[in-house]
Structure formats: C-alpha cells, structure tokens
Design a protein around this ligand. Structure first.
Ligand SMILES: *[C@@H]1O[C@H](CO)[C@@H](O)[C@H](O)[C@H]1NC(C)=O
Length: 362
C-alpha cells in the first residue's frame, strides 16, 4: 500500500440510533503535499460496521486503497432538529481530534490544540454569520447574533489526546424566520470540519368546532353548517382536515358526508397561520340522533392521530324540545297546578273541621 500522509476531516449527521448497515457520508481528504502545502479534495467514504475488508473495486488499482485515519470528526445527534415555535433550540455539535503521530506532538506544547468554531445560517442562498468563537486563535470576534450562545470548549485536557470538544449552539425563542440550514465549522490550525443541520420550526394547531356542544336538526332536514377553526399553527404546509361521523347507525366510525371547503389562510404577526374548515352535512334521520360530528386535523407538529373536536347531533322530537314535548310540558304543569289546588282545598277543609271539633270539646 502506498504510504501517504493524509489528514481527514469527517462530518457526520447521526440519527439517534445508527441502524443502517452502511452509510455514505461526505468528507474531505486533506493531503499534505509537502512544503507546508495542503490540498483539499472532496471524497465519498463508505462507512461499514464491523471489521470487514473493503469491497473489491476492479476499477481501482490496489495502491489506491488507503487505510485512512480520521483525525477531526465533527458530528451531531440531531441533524434535523424540529423546534416548537417560541422555544429555545439547542443544536447539538461534538467534535473529536486525534493527533496523527503522537511523537510529533511531543515537540509541541501538551494539551488540545486551539480551535475556532463558526455557526452560520444559510437562507435563500445567503449566508449569515450568527456566531464565531476563536479561543486561542487571535481573530476579531464579531458579536453573536439573535441572542445565540455556543458552548465552545474541549471536554478533556489530556496531554497527548485524543480530545473531544463541544460546540453546541443555543438559539433562544425560535421564530419561523430562523428556519433554515445551519452550518457549523470547526477550525483547527491545519484542518476544518463542517456539518449542516436543517432546523424546522413547528407550532401545533388549536382545534375548535362550532356550534358546540350540540347541533340541532329536525328529521329530514340538514343541520346548520359546521365550522372547524384550526388556529395558530406553523408551517402552513402539511395540514389536513377530515370530517367524521362517530356513532351513527351505519357503524361506529365513518367519513362524514356533505359539502366541505376550506377558507383562505390568515397570517398572524408571529408568523403562524389559521384557517377554518366548513362542513354542510346532508339531511339527517332520527336514527342519527346522538351521533357526533368530528373534525380531525393532521399536521406535522401533531402525533399521527392528529387532534380533533366534536359536536353531538340532536335530532328534534327524540330528546329535544319539540312541539309535542312543549304541549306535554304544559299539560303536566296544568295538572300539577290542579293537584296542588285540590290539596290546598283539602288541607283547608281538614283544618276547618278540626277547629270545629276542638271548639265542640272545649
Ligand atoms: C455540550 O454543552 C451543553 C451545554 O453545557 C450540554 O447541554 C451538552 O450536553 C454538551 N454536549 C455534550 C456532548 O457533552
């Protein structure tokens, strides 16, 4: 195998668990061309778990197989953080540095090398420097933007390495305008490692249904239009509204029939949006009494089942105040009044006869 002096910087976006057998990641080979010159070449690296031998590549001469040693590794456990609107974002970043030749290090001062850290946001093709930290590297440090803070430090202080560092970035009260690609770069004197994170902001919708909690209709007539207010959510994409009829005669759970439509989006000053979904149910039958109309909302910020609100259908004549019920109520009241009158007469009569018997016995 050809002996080459190679420095390798690797950027890894790790999901919480690395389950894939192999993963293609991006990295650069930084080749020491001698005389202090460094050449940076893009390359793709196939990572394999376990100590398998490299896959045969007949198109490559055997001397092109290089056993490389990653010296600077930059990685994150949250490559696509989803942050609830208004909450703080903690963009996790770690890096590790392994000196290539421990003997070479003896000529230097012991301890981890100085490093620099940069966090940028890429939005609509424009880069925006949010924060730069250069402990040990003498440079002009611009003020951090948008209240951001970075925990830029080596975690260990071993004299000859390897060392791990923490470059976690904290952004307070995240708003939709702060969505985008975040680029973190770790600079070492001869190397740099970069990683990108995709920050998405989310806000789950509030769901309310009117009229509530009951909607009335006579048999054979259509209930009034139902309005489902889906409010203050973000992003506007990925919202779905379903109408269901629960507990009707044809089974426990079915899609509600009727005409449905969505209003236009209303934009709020905080960047969130609202809309209303409408349903005009078809005429109802008395068997549908007690069934519930529900509007179910799906959004990326909500669990798979979504969020729903419901209203109970009352078909008049079954338990509502129908005309017959009204007459019945009137008659009952009339009879009760009559009974009370009769009782009071009886009581007066009894009292009068008692008084007269008492008088007789005196
Ligand atoms: C990095 O620092 C932050 C703030 O102190 C901490 O919350 C986080 O757990 C650290 N990360 C690692 C990998 O140690």
């Amino acid at each position: 195998m050809k002996r080459l002096s190679l420095l390798l910087a690797v950027a890894l976006g790790l999901a919480a668990t690395v389950s894939a057998r192999s993963a293609v990641i991006e990295c650069w080979f930084v080749e020491d061309a001698g005389g202090g010159k460094l050449a940076k070449k893009p390359a793709a690296l196939l990572l394999r778990q376990g100590a398998e031998s490299p896959p045969p590549r007949p198109d490559l001469a055997p001397e092109r197989y290089l056993k490389v040693h990653a010296v600077l590794t930059v990685f994150t456990h949250t490559p696509t953080p989803r942050i609830r609107m208004g909450q703080d974002a903690l963009l996790d970043l770690s890096f590790a540095y392994v000196p290539l030749t421990p003997k070479a290090a003896t000529s230097l001062v012991p301890g981890p090398p100085p490093f620099g850290l940069e966090w940028r946001r890429q939005h609509l093709g424009k880069g925006h420097l949010l924060l730069a930290v250069t402990p040990g590297l003498n440079g002009q440090v611009p003020a951090a933007q948008e209240g951001s803070v970075a925990f830029a430090a080596w975690d260990d202080d071993e004299p000859w390495g390897p060392w791990t560092g923490n470059g976690t970035f904290w952004l307070p009260a995240v708003q939709p305008s702060q969505e985008g690609t975040y680029l973190a770069t770790v600079h070492l004197p001869y190397l740099q490692g970069q990683i990108t994170l995709e920050l998405a902001v989310q806000k789950p919708p509030k769901v309310a249904l009117t009229p509530a909690p009951l909607v009335w209709a006579a048999p054979g007539e259509a209930p009034p239009e139902l309005l489902c207010l889906v409010s203050h959510f973000y992003p506007s994409q990925g919202l779905e509204v379903e109408w269901e009829l629960r507990g009707g005669p044809e089974g426990r759970f079915q899609k509600a029939e009727g005409q449905r439509w969505l209003s236009a989006l209303r934009h709020h000053s905080d960047g969130s949006v609202s809309l209303s979904a409408h349903l005009q149910p078809p005429p109802v039958t008395s068997e549908q009494h007690g069934a519930r109309y529900a509007c179910r909302v799906h959004h990326p910020s909500l669990p798979a089942l979504g969020r729903s609100a419901e209203v109970t259908l009352q078909v008049a004549g079954l338990s509502g105040p129908s005309l017959e019920d009204g007459i019945g109520l009137f008659l009952s009241a009339f009879l009760l009044l009559g009974l009370l009158k009769a009782l009071s007469w009886a009581a007066a009569y009894l009292l009068a006869t008692q008084n007269s018997t008492e008088k007789k016995t005196e």
